[in-house]
Write a protein that binds this ligand. Sequence first.
Ligand SMILES: N[C@@H](CCC(=O)N[C@@H](CS)C(=O)NCC(=O)O)C(=O)O
Length: 220
Amino acid sequence: MSDGTLYIGQKRYSSWSLRGWLAVRLAGLDVEEMMIPFVRPGPTPAIATLSPNGLVPYLEHQGAKVWESLAICDYCAEFEPALWPADRIARAHARSISAEMHAGYRDLRMAMWMNLGRDFSPHGRTPGALANIARIEALWADTRARFGAGGPFLFGAQFTAADAMFAPVVARFLGWGPELTAESKAYCDAVRAHPLVAEWYDGAAAEPDSMLVEDYETLK
Ligand SMILES: N[C@@H](CCC(=O)N[C@@H](CS)C(=O)NCC(=O)O)C(=O)O
């Protein structure tokens, strides 16, 4: 008997689910994974009626109900404090960049949606998406320069909640191939090689064709 359920969308498409799933797995919570495939046009009725904000990821764990990926990261950090950097100043930075991710980059998200099974390069380079990418690259470079010594992730050797929050951005970059600095590419490669990220990609590849969503398979 597990301690609860993590509700997610298709691994191929659900960028926010990836964040919540990584946090839950990094914290080692013993929860069932329940996938509710998106239907289009949305919202997906089974998700809309289940989760308080009508969205996934949504976590039920030991009586707690947690929605919004950043809140799931914080909840998971109660069980695995290393999800955030131990140092106060690094932790403040990690929370700030994670909150910025959570609240922003809408142009990037609209122009370069996550589809782990497609190579959409060289499309999606709208002015807004490129502006978001420039900001993300600057933020990654600054974070790595200040806190990343000793490992390939944003805060060094430890894959933190901040890396979980940016993992879907990495997936978008790998799928749409925008021009990136060598440093950004190295960070993307490190995230893609993380065993949990690799496990998510494997799960996406194993999803049946019946879960494909035409809207996310074709360029607009
Ligand atoms: N801010 C939310 C965003 C969650 C979100 O937008 N989830 C999308 C999927 S990635 C969703 O559930 N969509 C419902 C639908 O498409 O029917 C979070 O951080 O969890």
